[in-house]
Design a binder for this molecule. Sequence first.
Ligand code: NAP
Length: 278
Amino acid sequence: MNNTFITAGVMGWPVAHSRSPFIHNYWIQQHGLRGVYGLFAVHPNHLEAGIQGIKALGLAGSNITIPHKVEAMKYMDWVDPLATRMGAINTIVVQPDGALHGFNNDGFGYIESLREAQPTWHANAGPCVVLGAGGAARAIIVSLLDAGATEIRVLNRTHSKAEELAQEFGTHVTALNWSDRSEALANANLLVNTTNQGMRGEEALDIELDRLPTSALVSDAIYIPLETPLLAAARMRGNTTVNGLGMLLHQARPAFEAWFGVMPEVTPQLRKVILATF
Ligand code: NAP
């Protein structure tokens, strides 16, 4: 019997709501591995000590979540270039020599969730409209560019942040005014909401979908509720919709592979296990 016991987890503040333990512990059990994935409530004042603790405690690594995704980069020995472009990490992998390497798998998770919902979808089949300009938007924009998108329209309530993204990511990314969000949907191939609007307890996103082609994929980074008012409206008019649960589940796969040595699958059974926690 292999005596290796592998420990990983997620650091955040607060972190008790995280679904990640359910995902990783499900895979640990499914693959008959010896290990555990825990919750690490790390106050921002203790982030450096928490990250050094990964090494001291002999963990395989850790996920990093709100509010530490940007700050944690400082304490890495190496950051993956993709994560550098995204400006944040969500995964730390301890190397055999003890070095801490930082990665960001949110964009991978997002693109995988689209491909799962519509395998024929291509990033370069028409303009992509991104609502919001925060951390999720950055990861999604980088992954859409890498998937071949040639026109990304970014709209954000605070316009200057959309402008910053357009400046940073070059000619394929254009910032449009938030007040033009309904018009910006003309001939789009993808609409993605990365704002908090539509989340449980928040107002619905205020947008008219009339100009959006019914062939466009409509996605929301939000997963509580599973169907936001945006996704419900899009589904009613015939668009294929993708909620944020796929992004959450798929981003976990490369991290699990790095720590536990097996690339796991997102199965209907896993979805059922996670849905039971909502
Ligand atoms: P963030 O960095 O705080 O960005 C929040 C965004 O929402 C900003 O663009 C903000 O605009 C916008 N916003 C907030 N209130 C708004 C309002 N009343 N009207 C219009 N826009 C508003 O957050 P984040 O980390 O990017 O997360 C954004 C969403 O993605 C959250 O719902 C989060 O749960 C979800 N998410 C999901 C996954 C997943 O795996 N499915 C992963 C990451 C994030 P301003 O710049 O004007 O404030």
